[in-house]
Design a protein around this ligand. Sequence first.
Ligand code: KG4
Ligand code: ZN
Length: 339
Amino acid sequence: MKQPHYILGIESSCDDTAAAVIAHNKVLSNCIANQKIHEQYGGVVPELASRAHQSNIVPVVDQALQEAGITADQLTAIAYTQGPGLLGSLLVGSSFAKSMALALDIPLIAVNHMQAHLLVHFIEQEDLRAPDFPFIGVTLSGGHTQLVLVKDYFDMELLGTTLDDAIGEAFDKCGKVMGLSYPSGPAIDSLAKEGNPQAFSFPIPNVPQFDVSYSGLKTAFVNFLHKNTQQQADFVTKHQKDLCASLQFTLIEVIMQKIAQVVEASQIKRVVIGGGVSANSEIRRVLAEKKRTDDWDVYIPPFAYTTDNAAMIGIVGALKYTQNQFGSLDAVADPRLKF
Ligand code: KG4
Ligand code: ZN
């Protein structure tokens, strides 16, 4: 019988400390400690994030091992997020992973967080379907918005990216001016369900090639609120649902137009999304519609694997393990790690 390979995945790139155990591409545990501390500041405070990672990492790893029903000495390898992300946060996870791999005398595997958001689709479970290569990968998160040509697991070519704010960042910043708490993507999503997406119209930027831009739209939205609030003090509360629906409609339209351009130019209709904003119900609906109307083959991750999680780090660890792609103890955490 095949020897079980238990891979521990550790994720600490931003404000969530997460650990998961993967065995032969299946998830045995997927644990996360969310950091509530940032809510009161309306965004992630890097120094507080690193400190919270330090307090959370041991209990989260313990919980992941316990839920998987194994002990640390049964682990085969440790995969951790090398980047991109906040340097202080990455350092906590990478130092912990290195120490643990050294102590257990097992291989260490460095993982690119953005690759992991896409490769999460290779987890083996009922509600997931692994895409064939090549596919168009679309990462939609708080720090990134990327269109990627994925030729193989670790052969990815960046086709386009945001020139300024990421899509999740635009959700969060616009939510903040409406008085919603951080991160406000999920709140905008649920308020938008009862609003009219055509109530207000916001500009779609004209950006060449496959790049996108969100800061102009964000500024237009903030100015629109400012102008209207001067005339009607309770404008935002009165129109909150319509504002959320119209804003969400435009944020999604921007990326959908670019995905459509990439599909057209590459003639690859296989579209795989990942990252926190892939939890958004409107983008899920619009992509499902594209499947019907334009025959796109669309891959949307289950909710547990949209926002930052360690199962995605673990699956990349498992894929790299089978390809003998091991990391080294002197690898440096890289806040701007590229594909
Ligand atoms: O991938 P992620 O967990 O972290 C980064 O790598 O950045 O993404 C977090 C982002 C946040 O901006 C959050 O507001 C957004 O994902 N988000 C959503 C939804 N759920 C999370 N945005 C829109 N609709 C949602 N349902
Ligand atoms: Zn992420």
